[in-house]
Design a protein around this ligand. Sequence first.
Ligand SMILES: *Cc1c(COP(=O)(O)O)cnc(C)c1O
Length: 226
Amino acid sequence: MTIGLKENIQKFLQELQSFDCKLIAVSKTYPVETILEAYNQGIRIFGENKVQELLPKSEALPKDIQWHLIGHLQTNKVKYIAPFIHLIHSVDSFKLLQEINKQAVKNNRVISCLLQIYIADEETKFGLSFEETKSLLESTELENMNNVLIKGFMGMATNTENEEQIRMEFKSLKSFFEQCRIEIQRKNIALSELSMGMSGDYRIALEEGSTMIRVGSAIFGRRNYI
Ligand SMILES: *Cc1c(COP(=O)(O)O)cnc(C)c1O
């Protein structure tokens, strides 16, 4: 048994009761046994950031798990997850979206996606700007992609102690989201999800309207990077 896992999960499920928000348990780096413990506590949505780690886990674990890809996705890896992935949070280019659509066609599926939007004051984070997002959503090329469904946006705030900064970043994403919801009506766009908030900043994200928090270490304990 992983120490504290059950208590951590109970705490999150209880905290989320008053919000319309889903918990994505980020299981990257944790072994299959630990994920199964969380599964036995009722968790059904797990997030992984690497395709090569997600594949063996998805094969070993129960089939009613909804797997979410939350990390940067290379176009040449899309084919491996296309048969089963429930939601891709990290679509950050038109080229990637095209490949997801192509692989979705091959698998006779519609794959749900979030566009990853850059809101942090950092150089390293992937993502689209608001302008790039807008032009992607309004492009004629997107209109012809019948096998992707854009369900919303994902954003990561700056890794800082400054809560006001984090809150402003989440607020800006939320207001852009609401603006796009009003302005953009298309058959393969149905903006309902806003994936924001991790272990360190999920409370702020909840207050600012997150519909999906992605929580790893606050559930599973500290990750050991080997
Ligand atoms: C690792 C990761 C998380 C979870 O991080 P914690 O701080 O452990 O909660 C959330 N989102 C993304 C994109 C991640 O890579």
